[in-house]
Design a protein around this ligand. Structure first.
Ligand SMILES: NC(=O)c1ccc[n+]([C@@H]2O[C@H](COP(=O)([O-])OP(=O)(O)OC[C@H]3O[C@@H](n4cnc5c(N)ncnc54)[C@H](OP(=O)(O)O)[C@@H]3O)[C@@H](O)[C@H]2O)c1
Length: 213
């Protein structure tokens, strides 16, 4: 959000906790509500040229539907408003193992474990989100990062489907998403992104993500 404002965009942030939103700016509108509600999506999209979805859920054993329901609401609102460009963030965890020639043997084992056990309900719903988005008529790009970290961005790598690198800095993910607004290379495609050379350790990332609950 901060980077979008620095780049001169007018931005609407859609959040369930508008009163706690940490930024204020003349070009920032903060809209409140649950993103799975079609009315909330419709309100948030007013006068927008593009939508960036970074909606997320922590790993949980419970069924997850927030990705797919929010995607349905957003795509519906985009069709009504005529807004064309959609960037939807899912995860490298949904990339089929058969395509993951970037992974080491332990990396493949971790991917399989996450997909089948502690991450299963999240990844299942990310797949449903990707289906909603890719079946829609809008100009979509699905962006799949690996583990996200708060380390400063150092520049990203991007490629179709698979890219080397086990982590992506949130700064670099923000830069990718904003760069893609004016870039058609990955229109109606899946873009994998990472921060090359970034390494923080799987256990550190796992602990951080679990503590977000
Ligand atoms: N963390 C990772 O390692 C990782 C790895 C790969 C991909 N991703 C994906 O990258 C994106 C960003 O991840 P992150 O870890 O930075 O995000 P995050 O901290 O998990 O934040 C997700 C956001 O989604 C919002 N949200 C959840 N349910 C909502 C709902 N029903 N209506 C409105 N807002 C809702 C949350 O709002 P509240 O604060 O109100 O709950 C939160 O602001 C997500 O799409 C995530 O799935 C993350």
């Amino acid at each position: 959000m901060r980077l979008a404002l620095e780049r001169g965009h007018a931005v609407t942030a859609s959040t369930r906790q508008p009163g706690a939103f940490p930024l204020q700016h003349a070009r920032l509108r903060v809209a409140g509500g649950d993103a799975t509600d079609p009315g909330v999506a419709r309100d948030a999209l007013e006068d927008c040229d593009a939508v960036i979805s970074v909606i997320g859920s922590a790993y949980t054993r419970r069924p997850v539907t927030v990705y797919s329901r929010a995607a349905s609401a957003v795509v519906g609102a985009m069709r009504e408003s005529g807004c064309r460009r959609l960037l939807a963030v899912t995860s490298s965890g949904v990339t089929p193992l058969a395509q993951r020639d970037d992974l080491s043997v332990p990396g493949r084992a971790f991917h399989r474990l996450a997909r089948r056990t502690f991450g299963r309900t999240v990844y299942d719903d990310m797949e449903r989100m990707e289906a909603v988005v890719s079946d829609s008529p809008v100009d979509w790009t699905i962006v799949r990062p690996p583990g996200l970290t708060d380390e400063p961005g150092t520049g990203y790598a991007i490629a179709e489907d698979v890219v080397e690198g086990p982590y992506c800095s949130r700064d670099d993910l923000a830069a990718v998403l904003l760069d893609q607004l004016d870039d058609d290379r990955y229109r109606r495609r899946v873009a994998a992104v990472s921060t090359p050379g970034l390494h923080v350790g799987a256990l550190t990332t796992f602990r951080r993500e679990m503590l977000k609950r």
